[in-house]
Design a protein around this ligand. Structure first.
Ligand code: ASP
Length: 328
């Protein structure tokens, strides 16, 4: 009898939590990179779409917790109060960090609840405007002719830009040709590229398309298996595979996570709101304009999201080991 009473009390508490969530307290999207960059942009657009899908009264804030290629932000959410008010919005770094860092204070599969995937985003290999090359072939020749004098920007070890640069340089066999310059995100790295302080970067189309269109940077190639024939601005750039790098393919994806132990009813509520937000025509239009594809409902299922991150982690490990640079 006593046991039944305790169970009933627990069930009432879960229900009450779901009914009162989110209440007036804001929901924070922790973005592990600098404001104004591609991950931040997805978070801000998604926050607006989810505010609407939660009935318009939910209050979202984006918190940029930069550093160590995104791992400081991941660690912060892993230890946050599991009440649904602190969520992590992160990209492929959830799958690359475990191979790039020898020591991490979190375990992705154990310390998080998976709330669903958001989108997929190709990357672009870009250069400063003054770079004396216009085609990908010119660009490779320029790199070889200027070995040791060039630098390549990235958002820290384990970031997407770092991963792309590593994979590309190892295929080019030109890692000695460039010095890597880490930033707290690719927003500040982009400023340095536009200003000509760094030479090269590989970054998500969500950060590069506007700058390419305005002629502030040069683009040389995309990282998808095939060129982006359907994209009005990027359709004429070859994929790295088409330039001769057989099998090269890198697509960045974003997902949403909560700390382990967040109440199931709250997780369901957030997952439902995420699914509705991903169908918001305004959100879809913004993402597509920047070269990103919003995922379908099946990929917003927590189990599918978790399985995908595990598969990506396994897929990236040998690639990272082959390219071989690690952090402690
Ligand atoms: N694009 C960055 C990366 O290279 C992250 C960011 O600033 O959003 O991972």
């Amino acid at each position: 009898m006593k046991k039944l009473f305790v169970l009933a009390l627990a069930a009432t508490a879960v229900l009450a939590q779901a009914q009162t969530f989110p209440g007036t307290k804001p929901i924070s999207f922790v973005v592990p990179f600098a404001a104004g960059g591609p991950t931040d942009r997805v978070a801000r657009d998604l926050a607006e779409a989810m505010r609407k899908s939660m009935g318009g009264s939910a209050n979202f804030v984006v918190e940029n917790v930069n550093g160590a290629g995104g791992t400081i932000g991941i660690a912060k959410v892993a230890k946050a109060n599991p009440d649904g008010h602190t969520l992590l919005l992160h990209h492929i770094g959830m799958a690359s960090a475990p191979s790039l860092y020898r020591k991490l204070s979190f375990k992705v599969a154990e310390d998080f609840e998976f709330l669903g995937m958001i989108n997929e985003v190709p990357m672009t290999l870009v250069g400063k405007p003054q770079l004396a090359a216009n085609t990908y072939r010119d660009f490779e020749n320029y790199i070889k002719a200027n070995a040791g004098k060039l630098n390549i920007a990235h958002a820290g070890l384990g970031s997407a830009s770092h991963l792309c640069g590593l994979m590309w340089q190892s295929r080019l066999q030109a890692s000695e040709a460039m010095t890597t310059i880490p930033f707290s995100g690719t927003a500040p790295a982009m400023n340095a590229l536009v200003g000509g302080q760094v030479d090269i970067m590989c970054d998500q189309t969500t950060n590069t398309t506007g700058q390419i269109e305005a002629g502030r940077i040069k683009a040389f190639a995309v990282t998808t298996a095939k060129s982006l024939s359907g994209h009005k601005l990027l359709k004429d750039y070859p994929s790295l595979q088409e330039t001769g790098m057989k099998g090269f393919e890198l697509t960045i994806w974003h997902g949403l996570y909560a700390p382990k132990g967040t109440p199931p009813a709250v997780l369901t509520q957030i997952n439902n709101a995420l699914k509705i937000a991903l169908k918001d025509p305004e959100f879809i239009k913004k993402q597509e304009g920047l070269g990103a594809i919003v995922v379908n409902d099946k990929r917003v299922e927590p189990a599918a999201h978790k399985a995908f991150v595990a598969a990506e982690t396994a897929k990236l490990r040998p690639v990272i080991e082959a390219a071989g640079k690690f952090a402690d």
